[in-house]
Design a binder for this molecule. Structure first.
Ligand code: 5AD
Ligand code: SF4
Length: 473
Protein backbone atom coordinates (compact mmCIF):
# COMPACT_ATOMS: atom_id res chain seq x y z
CA UNK A 1 0.00 0.00 0.00
CA UNK A 2 1.24 3.48 -0.84
CA UNK A 3 1.98 5.35 2.43
CA UNK A 4 0.02 8.31 1.11
CA UNK A 5 -3.25 6.46 0.64
CA UNK A 6 -4.73 6.90 4.12
CA UNK A 7 -5.74 10.47 4.87
CA UNK A 8 -4.30 11.72 8.18
CA UNK A 9 -6.93 12.35 10.88
CA UNK A 10 -5.28 15.51 12.20
CA UNK A 11 -5.54 19.00 10.74
CA UNK A 12 -3.98 20.67 8.90
CA UNK A 13 -2.09 17.52 7.74
CA UNK A 14 -5.32 16.10 6.38
CA UNK A 15 -5.91 19.11 4.15
CA UNK A 16 -2.32 19.08 2.86
CA UNK A 17 -2.92 15.43 1.96
CA UNK A 18 -5.99 16.43 -0.06
CA UNK A 19 -4.17 19.36 -1.66
CA UNK A 20 -1.74 16.70 -2.92
CA UNK A 21 -4.66 14.68 -4.29
CA UNK A 22 -6.05 17.76 -6.02
CA UNK A 23 -2.60 18.44 -7.51
CA UNK A 24 -2.77 15.05 -9.25
CA UNK A 25 -6.15 16.02 -10.72
CA UNK A 26 -4.73 19.39 -11.81
CA UNK A 27 -1.83 17.61 -13.55
CA UNK A 28 -4.17 15.34 -15.47
CA UNK A 29 -6.30 18.39 -16.44
CA UNK A 30 -3.15 20.07 -17.69
CA UNK A 31 -2.18 17.03 -19.78
CA UNK A 32 -5.63 16.92 -21.31
CA UNK A 33 -6.07 20.61 -22.00
CA UNK A 34 -2.56 21.96 -22.31
CA UNK A 35 -3.17 24.55 -19.58
CA UNK A 36 -3.72 24.74 -15.86
CA UNK A 37 -7.29 25.01 -14.56
CA UNK A 38 -8.23 28.50 -13.42
CA UNK A 39 -9.92 29.41 -10.13
CA UNK A 40 -11.89 32.55 -9.35
CA UNK A 41 -13.17 33.54 -5.91
CA UNK A 42 -15.79 36.27 -5.55
CA UNK A 43 -16.17 37.71 -2.08
CA UNK A 44 -19.34 39.26 -0.75
CA UNK A 45 -19.61 41.04 2.59
CA UNK A 46 -17.17 42.02 5.29
CA UNK A 47 -13.44 41.97 6.01
CA UNK A 48 -13.80 38.56 7.66
CA UNK A 49 -15.02 37.11 4.39
CA UNK A 50 -12.22 38.87 2.51
CA UNK A 51 -9.74 37.23 4.86
CA UNK A 52 -11.42 33.83 4.47
CA UNK A 53 -11.16 34.21 0.70
CA UNK A 54 -7.40 34.75 0.97
CA UNK A 55 -7.18 31.44 2.82
CA UNK A 56 -9.41 29.67 0.28
CA UNK A 57 -7.30 31.01 -2.58
CA UNK A 58 -4.14 29.87 -0.80
CA UNK A 59 -5.46 26.31 -0.77
CA UNK A 60 -6.45 26.43 -4.45
CA UNK A 61 -3.05 27.77 -5.49
CA UNK A 62 -1.33 25.08 -3.43
CA UNK A 63 -3.47 22.54 -5.29
CA UNK A 64 -2.09 23.91 -8.57
CA UNK A 65 -4.92 26.11 -9.85
CA UNK A 66 -4.07 29.40 -11.57
CA UNK A 67 -5.75 32.40 -9.93
CA UNK A 68 -8.13 34.38 -12.11
CA UNK A 69 -10.40 37.38 -11.64
CA UNK A 70 -12.66 36.19 -14.43
CA UNK A 71 -15.77 34.21 -13.56
CA UNK A 72 -15.39 32.28 -16.82
CA UNK A 73 -13.03 30.00 -14.88
CA UNK A 74 -12.79 26.23 -14.36
CA UNK A 75 -13.52 26.62 -10.65
CA UNK A 76 -15.66 29.48 -9.35
CA UNK A 77 -16.30 29.97 -5.65
CA UNK A 78 -18.71 32.54 -4.20
CA UNK A 79 -17.90 33.38 -0.59
CA UNK A 80 -21.29 34.72 0.46
CA UNK A 81 -22.75 37.12 3.03
CA UNK A 82 -26.21 37.11 4.54
CA UNK A 83 -26.17 40.07 6.92
CA UNK A 84 -28.84 41.84 4.85
CA UNK A 85 -31.22 40.37 2.31
CA UNK A 86 -29.77 42.35 -0.62
CA UNK A 87 -26.51 40.40 -0.16
CA UNK A 88 -28.47 37.17 -0.72
CA UNK A 89 -30.31 38.56 -3.73
CA UNK A 90 -27.04 39.52 -5.38
CA UNK A 91 -25.81 35.94 -5.09
CA UNK A 92 -28.97 34.49 -6.62
CA UNK A 93 -28.75 37.00 -9.45
CA UNK A 94 -25.14 36.14 -10.19
CA UNK A 95 -25.83 32.40 -10.10
CA UNK A 96 -27.98 32.78 -13.23
CA UNK A 97 -24.94 34.22 -14.99
CA UNK A 98 -22.72 31.37 -13.77
CA UNK A 99 -25.21 28.87 -15.13
CA UNK A 100 -24.85 30.38 -18.60
CA UNK A 101 -21.05 30.19 -18.31
CA UNK A 102 -21.32 26.56 -17.28
CA UNK A 103 -23.37 25.76 -20.36
CA UNK A 104 -20.38 26.90 -22.42
CA UNK A 105 -17.90 25.01 -20.21
CA UNK A 106 -19.71 21.94 -18.80
CA UNK A 107 -16.67 20.88 -16.79
CA UNK A 108 -16.81 24.11 -14.79
CA UNK A 109 -17.13 23.58 -11.03
CA UNK A 110 -19.37 26.03 -9.17
CA UNK A 111 -19.00 26.26 -5.40
CA UNK A 112 -20.73 28.34 -2.72
CA UNK A 113 -19.54 28.93 0.82
CA UNK A 114 -19.80 31.47 3.62
CA UNK A 115 -22.52 32.88 5.85
CA UNK A 116 -25.49 32.47 3.51
CA UNK A 117 -24.87 28.72 3.31
CA UNK A 118 -25.41 28.38 7.08
CA UNK A 119 -29.10 29.08 6.50
CA UNK A 120 -30.98 25.81 5.87
CA UNK A 121 -33.61 27.53 3.69
CA UNK A 122 -30.88 28.79 1.35
CA UNK A 123 -29.33 25.34 0.94
CA UNK A 124 -32.77 23.86 0.26
CA UNK A 125 -33.44 26.47 -2.41
CA UNK A 126 -30.11 25.84 -4.13
CA UNK A 127 -30.57 22.06 -4.05
CA UNK A 128 -33.98 22.48 -5.63
CA UNK A 129 -33.63 25.35 -8.07
CA UNK A 130 -29.88 25.68 -8.76
CA UNK A 131 -28.92 22.09 -9.55
CA UNK A 132 -25.84 23.20 -11.51
CA UNK A 133 -24.04 24.12 -8.26
CA UNK A 134 -21.42 21.45 -7.50
CA UNK A 135 -20.24 22.19 -3.98
CA UNK A 136 -21.74 23.90 -0.92
CA UNK A 137 -20.02 24.40 2.41
CA UNK A 138 -20.43 26.81 5.31
CA UNK A 139 -18.42 29.00 7.66
CA UNK A 140 -17.31 26.40 10.19
CA UNK A 141 -15.55 24.07 7.76
CA UNK A 142 -13.88 26.40 5.28
CA UNK A 143 -10.56 24.86 6.28
CA UNK A 144 -11.76 21.68 4.54
CA UNK A 145 -11.85 23.16 1.03
CA UNK A 146 -9.16 20.80 -0.33
CA UNK A 147 -10.95 17.71 0.96
CA UNK A 148 -14.37 18.87 -0.26
CA UNK A 149 -13.04 19.86 -3.66
CA UNK A 150 -11.41 16.46 -4.06
CA UNK A 151 -14.65 14.78 -3.05
CA UNK A 152 -16.47 16.89 -5.65
CA UNK A 153 -13.98 15.93 -8.38
CA UNK A 154 -14.41 12.24 -7.53
CA UNK A 155 -18.16 12.07 -6.99
CA UNK A 156 -19.37 14.16 -9.90
CA UNK A 157 -22.52 15.09 -8.02
CA UNK A 158 -23.50 17.95 -5.72
CA UNK A 159 -21.45 17.83 -2.50
CA UNK A 160 -23.00 19.57 0.52
CA UNK A 161 -21.18 19.85 3.83
CA UNK A 162 -22.60 22.26 6.41
CA UNK A 163 -21.70 22.14 10.09
CA UNK A 164 -23.90 23.53 12.86
CA UNK A 165 -20.95 24.89 14.77
CA UNK A 166 -17.38 24.16 15.80
CA UNK A 167 -14.90 24.83 18.56
CA UNK A 168 -12.03 24.01 16.24
CA UNK A 169 -9.55 26.60 14.96
CA UNK A 170 -7.28 25.13 12.28
CA UNK A 171 -3.96 26.94 12.07
CA UNK A 172 -1.19 26.90 9.46
CA UNK A 173 -3.07 26.49 6.22
CA UNK A 174 -1.75 28.37 3.19
CA UNK A 175 -3.12 31.83 2.33
CA UNK A 176 -2.62 34.18 -0.61
CA UNK A 177 -2.65 37.79 0.52
CA UNK A 178 -4.26 40.34 -1.75
CA UNK A 179 -1.74 43.02 -0.78
CA UNK A 180 1.96 42.39 -0.08
CA UNK A 181 2.18 45.30 2.38
CA UNK A 182 -0.97 44.94 4.52
CA UNK A 183 -2.98 42.07 5.87
CA UNK A 184 -6.01 41.19 7.94
CA UNK A 185 -5.35 38.87 10.88
CA UNK A 186 -8.16 36.95 12.54
CA UNK A 187 -7.97 37.19 16.30
CA UNK A 188 -11.35 35.63 17.04
CA UNK A 189 -14.27 34.02 15.31
CA UNK A 190 -18.01 34.12 15.95
CA UNK A 191 -20.12 36.38 18.14
CA UNK A 192 -21.97 35.92 21.43
CA UNK A 193 -23.85 39.21 21.51
CA UNK A 194 -27.09 38.30 19.79
CA UNK A 195 -28.14 41.79 18.82
CA UNK A 196 -31.78 41.14 18.02
CA UNK A 197 -31.59 42.10 14.31
CA UNK A 198 -28.38 40.26 13.53
CA UNK A 199 -27.93 36.87 11.92
CA UNK A 200 -24.16 36.72 12.49
CA UNK A 201 -24.24 34.74 15.78
CA UNK A 202 -26.37 32.10 14.04
CA UNK A 203 -24.18 31.74 10.95
CA UNK A 204 -20.74 32.31 12.47
CA UNK A 205 -21.34 30.53 15.76
CA UNK A 206 -20.07 31.15 19.27
CA UNK A 207 -17.10 33.34 20.10
CA UNK A 208 -13.69 31.61 19.90
CA UNK A 209 -10.39 33.44 20.38
CA UNK A 210 -7.15 32.38 18.79
CA UNK A 211 -4.22 31.75 21.11
CA UNK A 212 -2.13 34.94 21.47
CA UNK A 213 1.05 33.09 20.47
CA UNK A 214 -0.56 31.95 17.21
CA UNK A 215 -1.62 35.52 16.43
CA UNK A 216 1.74 37.02 17.36
CA UNK A 217 3.73 34.48 15.40
CA UNK A 218 1.53 35.01 12.34
CA UNK A 219 2.11 38.77 12.58
CA UNK A 220 5.86 38.33 13.08
CA UNK A 221 5.96 36.23 9.92
CA UNK A 222 3.90 38.84 8.06
CA UNK A 223 6.19 41.65 9.23
CA UNK A 224 9.27 39.68 8.16
CA UNK A 225 7.59 39.28 4.78
CA UNK A 226 7.19 43.05 4.31
CA UNK A 227 3.76 43.68 5.81
CA UNK A 228 3.69 47.11 7.50
CA UNK A 229 0.00 47.30 8.44
CA UNK A 230 -2.24 44.70 10.06
CA UNK A 231 -5.95 44.81 10.70
CA UNK A 232 -6.94 42.62 13.66
CA UNK A 233 -10.29 41.07 12.84
CA UNK A 234 -13.16 39.94 15.01
CA UNK A 235 -16.92 40.54 15.23
CA UNK A 236 -16.31 42.11 18.60
CA UNK A 237 -12.60 42.50 19.31
CA UNK A 238 -13.25 43.98 22.75
CA UNK A 239 -14.23 40.61 24.09
CA UNK A 240 -11.06 38.96 22.77
CA UNK A 241 -9.45 36.43 25.05
CA UNK A 242 -12.24 35.96 27.57
CA UNK A 243 -12.66 32.28 26.73
CA UNK A 244 -8.97 31.37 26.51
CA UNK A 245 -7.54 28.90 29.06
CA UNK A 246 -5.29 31.75 30.15
CA UNK A 247 -7.50 34.81 29.55
CA UNK A 248 -6.00 37.91 27.98
CA UNK A 249 -7.58 41.29 27.30
CA UNK A 250 -7.71 42.80 23.84
CA UNK A 251 -5.71 45.79 25.13
CA UNK A 252 -2.93 43.46 26.28
CA UNK A 253 -2.91 41.69 22.91
CA UNK A 254 -2.61 45.07 21.16
CA UNK A 255 0.30 46.01 23.40
CA UNK A 256 2.10 42.80 22.43
CA UNK A 257 1.36 43.23 18.73
CA UNK A 258 2.77 46.76 18.90
CA UNK A 259 6.10 45.35 20.10
CA UNK A 260 6.66 43.50 16.83
CA UNK A 261 9.56 44.96 14.86
CA UNK A 262 8.90 46.09 11.31
CA UNK A 263 5.19 46.57 11.88
CA UNK A 264 4.26 50.24 11.47
CA UNK A 265 0.48 50.36 11.75
CA UNK A 266 -2.15 48.43 13.66
CA UNK A 267 -5.89 48.63 13.03
CA UNK A 268 -8.77 46.57 14.33
CA UNK A 269 -12.45 45.89 13.57
CA UNK A 270 -15.07 45.89 15.12
CA UNK A 271 -15.48 47.34 18.59
CA UNK A 272 -18.71 46.93 20.50
CA UNK A 273 -19.33 50.06 22.62
CA UNK A 274 -20.61 47.97 25.53
CA UNK A 275 -17.18 46.69 26.49
CA UNK A 276 -14.66 49.17 25.18
CA UNK A 277 -12.38 49.41 28.20
CA UNK A 278 -10.37 52.26 29.70
CA UNK A 279 -7.38 49.96 29.35
CA UNK A 280 -7.92 49.89 25.57
CA UNK A 281 -8.24 53.68 25.37
CA UNK A 282 -5.00 53.95 27.37
CA UNK A 283 -3.12 51.56 25.09
CA UNK A 284 -4.35 53.40 21.99
CA UNK A 285 -3.33 56.73 23.48
CA UNK A 286 0.16 55.55 24.43
CA UNK A 287 1.05 53.57 21.35
CA UNK A 288 1.69 55.56 18.18
CA UNK A 289 1.60 52.44 15.99
CA UNK A 290 -2.11 51.99 16.70
CA UNK A 291 -4.09 53.99 14.16
CA UNK A 292 -6.22 56.87 15.43
CA UNK A 293 -9.37 55.28 14.15
CA UNK A 294 -12.21 53.58 15.99
CA UNK A 295 -15.15 51.99 14.28
CA UNK A 296 -17.80 52.17 16.97
CA UNK A 297 -21.18 50.95 15.70
CA UNK A 298 -24.03 53.03 17.12
CA UNK A 299 -26.93 51.22 15.36
CA UNK A 300 -29.48 53.61 16.85
CA UNK A 301 -29.44 56.77 18.95
CA UNK A 302 -32.67 55.90 20.76
CA UNK A 303 -32.25 54.22 24.14
CA UNK A 304 -35.62 52.54 23.66
CA UNK A 305 -34.61 51.02 20.32
CA UNK A 306 -31.13 50.12 21.63
CA UNK A 307 -32.82 48.12 24.35
CA UNK A 308 -34.98 46.30 21.82
CA UNK A 309 -31.83 45.70 19.77
CA UNK A 310 -30.17 44.11 22.83
CA UNK A 311 -27.16 46.41 22.45
CA UNK A 312 -26.63 46.69 26.25
CA UNK A 313 -25.84 50.45 26.20
CA UNK A 314 -28.07 53.48 25.98
CA UNK A 315 -27.74 56.82 24.24
CA UNK A 316 -26.17 58.56 27.25
CA UNK A 317 -23.62 55.79 27.81
CA UNK A 318 -22.61 55.84 24.16
CA UNK A 319 -22.18 59.63 24.18
CA UNK A 320 -20.22 59.47 27.45
CA UNK A 321 -17.90 56.86 25.93
CA UNK A 322 -17.31 59.05 22.86
CA UNK A 323 -16.57 62.01 25.08
CA UNK A 324 -14.05 59.99 27.09
CA UNK A 325 -12.32 58.79 23.91
CA UNK A 326 -12.13 62.32 22.48
CA UNK A 327 -10.81 63.66 25.77
CA UNK A 328 -8.01 61.10 25.94
CA UNK A 329 -7.21 61.05 22.21
CA UNK A 330 -8.38 64.32 20.60
CA UNK A 331 -7.31 63.38 17.05
CA UNK A 332 -9.23 60.09 17.10
CA UNK A 333 -11.30 59.49 14.01
CA UNK A 334 -14.66 57.87 14.71
CA UNK A 335 -16.77 55.91 12.23
CA UNK A 336 -19.95 53.98 12.79
CA UNK A 337 -22.77 51.74 11.53
CA UNK A 338 -26.39 52.85 11.79
CA UNK A 339 -29.59 50.95 11.07
CA UNK A 340 -32.71 52.86 10.03
CA UNK A 341 -36.18 51.38 10.37
CA UNK A 342 -35.71 48.81 13.14
CA UNK A 343 -39.17 47.45 14.14
CA UNK A 344 -41.10 49.99 16.18
CA UNK A 345 -38.79 52.93 15.28
CA UNK A 346 -40.80 56.14 15.54
CA UNK A 347 -39.98 59.59 14.22
CA UNK A 348 -38.84 60.50 17.77
CA UNK A 349 -36.51 57.49 17.89
CA UNK A 350 -35.08 58.45 14.53
CA UNK A 351 -34.53 62.04 15.71
CA UNK A 352 -32.47 60.62 18.59
CA UNK A 353 -30.24 58.92 16.02
CA UNK A 354 -29.81 62.20 14.13
CA UNK A 355 -29.02 63.89 17.45
CA UNK A 356 -26.18 61.45 18.18
CA UNK A 357 -24.85 61.85 14.65
CA UNK A 358 -24.77 65.64 15.11
CA UNK A 359 -23.10 65.43 18.50
CA UNK A 360 -20.45 62.83 17.68
CA UNK A 361 -19.61 64.19 14.20
CA UNK A 362 -18.39 60.96 12.67
CA UNK A 363 -15.67 60.97 10.02
CA UNK A 364 -17.94 58.61 8.13
CA UNK A 365 -20.88 56.33 8.78
CA UNK A 366 -22.22 53.23 7.09
CA UNK A 367 -25.99 53.52 7.01
CA UNK A 368 -28.29 50.56 6.46
CA UNK A 369 -31.98 50.05 6.02
CA UNK A 370 -33.14 47.41 8.50
CA UNK A 371 -33.39 44.03 6.82
CA UNK A 372 -35.54 41.31 8.34
CA UNK A 373 -33.46 38.17 8.93
CA UNK A 374 -35.47 35.01 9.50
CA UNK A 375 -34.71 33.39 12.83
CA UNK A 376 -33.60 36.57 14.62
CA UNK A 377 -35.79 37.95 17.44
CA UNK A 378 -36.40 41.24 15.60
CA UNK A 379 -37.93 39.40 12.63
CA UNK A 380 -40.79 38.30 14.89
CA UNK A 381 -41.39 41.78 16.34
CA UNK A 382 -44.61 43.50 15.49
CA UNK A 383 -44.57 46.99 14.02
CA UNK A 384 -42.15 46.37 11.16
CA UNK A 385 -41.71 49.88 9.73
CA UNK A 386 -43.12 50.27 6.19
CA UNK A 387 -40.75 51.04 3.36
CA UNK A 388 -42.35 54.40 2.56
CA UNK A 389 -41.49 55.57 6.09
CA UNK A 390 -37.99 54.11 6.19
CA UNK A 391 -36.77 55.39 2.81
CA UNK A 392 -37.16 59.14 3.57
CA UNK A 393 -35.55 58.64 6.99
CA UNK A 394 -32.65 56.85 5.36
CA UNK A 395 -32.19 59.72 2.86
CA UNK A 396 -32.29 62.30 5.66
CA UNK A 397 -29.70 60.39 7.66
CA UNK A 398 -27.43 59.98 4.66
CA UNK A 399 -27.55 63.71 3.92
CA UNK A 400 -26.75 64.57 7.53
CA UNK A 401 -23.88 62.09 7.72
CA UNK A 402 -22.37 63.30 4.44
CA UNK A 403 -22.62 66.98 5.34
CA UNK A 404 -20.95 66.40 8.68
CA UNK A 405 -18.22 64.15 7.36
CA UNK A 406 -17.23 66.61 4.63
CA UNK A 407 -16.87 69.31 7.32
CA UNK A 408 -14.97 66.99 9.67
CA UNK A 409 -12.52 66.07 6.91
CA UNK A 410 -11.88 69.71 6.08
CA UNK A 411 -10.37 70.34 9.51
CA UNK A 412 -7.16 68.50 8.59
CA UNK A 413 -6.43 70.44 5.39
CA UNK A 414 -2.97 71.98 5.67
CA UNK A 415 -1.71 69.24 7.99
CA UNK A 416 0.99 66.73 7.18
CA UNK A 417 0.10 63.07 7.74
CA UNK A 418 1.62 59.75 6.76
CA UNK A 419 -0.05 57.77 3.99
CA UNK A 420 0.45 54.10 3.21
CA UNK A 421 0.35 53.92 -0.59
CA UNK A 422 -2.08 51.18 -1.64
CA UNK A 423 -2.02 51.56 -5.41
CA UNK A 424 -2.12 53.79 -8.45
CA UNK A 425 -5.02 56.24 -8.69
CA UNK A 426 -7.61 54.60 -10.95
CA UNK A 427 -8.46 57.87 -12.75
CA UNK A 428 -5.12 59.61 -13.10
CA UNK A 429 -1.95 57.61 -13.84
CA UNK A 430 0.26 60.36 -12.41
CA UNK A 431 -1.23 59.93 -8.94
CA UNK A 432 -1.08 57.27 -6.26
CA UNK A 433 -3.71 56.50 -3.62
CA UNK A 434 -2.73 56.22 0.01
CA UNK A 435 -4.53 55.55 3.27
CA UNK A 436 -3.99 57.83 6.24
CA UNK A 437 -3.89 56.53 9.78
CA UNK A 438 -7.44 57.80 10.30
CA UNK A 439 -8.56 55.58 7.40
CA UNK A 440 -9.21 58.44 4.96
CA UNK A 441 -7.73 58.18 1.47
CA UNK A 442 -5.41 60.75 -0.11
CA UNK A 443 -4.39 61.08 -3.75
CA UNK A 444 -1.01 62.61 -4.57
CA UNK A 445 1.68 62.54 -7.27
CA UNK A 446 3.70 59.34 -7.36
CA UNK A 447 4.40 56.14 -9.25
CA UNK A 448 4.20 52.37 -8.85
CA UNK A 449 7.47 52.25 -6.90
CA UNK A 450 5.66 54.03 -4.02
CA UNK A 451 3.17 51.17 -3.49
CA UNK A 452 3.53 49.70 -0.02
CA UNK A 453 5.55 52.67 1.29
CA UNK A 454 4.65 55.06 4.10
CA UNK A 455 5.03 58.60 2.76
CA UNK A 456 4.48 61.95 4.51
CA UNK A 457 1.88 63.97 2.65
CA UNK A 458 0.62 67.53 3.05
CA UNK A 459 -3.17 67.56 2.74
CA UNK A 460 -3.97 70.32 0.22
CA UNK A 461 -7.68 69.96 -0.39
CA UNK A 462 -10.61 68.00 1.02
CA UNK A 463 -12.99 66.44 -1.48
CA UNK A 464 -15.50 65.29 1.12
CA UNK A 465 -14.49 61.67 1.55
CA UNK A 466 -10.87 61.97 0.46
CA UNK A 467 -8.02 64.46 0.08
CA UNK A 468 -5.75 65.68 -2.65
CA UNK A 469 -2.23 66.00 -1.32
CA UNK A 470 1.39 66.80 -1.99
CA UNK A 471 4.23 64.54 -0.97
CA UNK A 472 6.89 65.91 1.29
CA UNK A 473 10.55 65.01 0.83
N1 5AD B 1 -30.39 44.90 8.86
C1 5AD B 1 -29.66 45.99 8.55
N2 5AD B 1 -28.39 46.14 8.93
C2 5AD B 1 -27.82 45.15 9.65
N3 5AD B 1 -26.59 45.01 10.17
C3 5AD B 1 -26.51 43.82 10.80
N4 5AD B 1 -27.70 43.18 10.72
C4 5AD B 1 -28.53 43.98 10.00
C5 5AD B 1 -29.88 43.88 9.59
N5 5AD B 1 -30.63 42.83 9.88
C6 5AD B 1 -25.57 46.05 10.07
C7 5AD B 1 -25.15 46.54 11.44
C8 5AD B 1 -23.77 45.99 11.60
C9 5AD B 1 -23.29 45.96 10.17
C10 5AD B 1 -22.14 45.06 9.93
O1 5AD B 1 -24.42 45.52 9.46
O2 5AD B 1 -25.12 47.96 11.41
O3 5AD B 1 -22.94 46.77 12.41
FE1 SF4 C 1 -24.19 41.12 14.91
FE2 SF4 C 1 -24.23 42.44 17.24
FE3 SF4 C 1 -22.51 40.37 16.90
FE4 SF4 C 1 -22.11 42.68 15.56
S1 SF4 C 1 -22.05 42.40 17.81
S2 SF4 C 1 -21.99 40.58 14.71
S3 SF4 C 1 -24.20 43.39 15.16
S4 SF4 C 1 -24.74 40.26 16.92
Amino acid sequence: MNGNSVPPADEPARQYYYMGKCQKWVQSFERRKGRRPTACIQTFGCQMNAKDSEKLLGVLLEAGFAASEDEASDFVLYNTCTVRDNANQRVYGRLGYLNRLKQKNPEMIIALCGCMMQEPSVVEKIKKSYRFVDLIFGTHNIFRLAELLYCCLEEKQMVVDIWDGTDQIVENLPARRKYPFKSGVNIMYGCNNFCSYCIVPYVRGRERSREPEDILSEIRTLAADGVVEVMLLGQNVNSYGKTLDVPMTFAELLRRVAEIDGLERIRFMTSHPKDLSDELIGVMRDCPKICRHLHLPLQSGSSRILKMMNRVYNKEQYLALVEKIKREIPDMSLTTDIIVGFPGETEEDFEETLDVVRRVRYDSAFTFIYSKRTGTPAAAMEEQVPEEVVKPRFERLLREVQQISSKVCRKDVGKTMTALVEGMDTHDGRLVTGRLGNNIMVHFPGDASDIGKLIPVMLLESKGFYYMGERLP
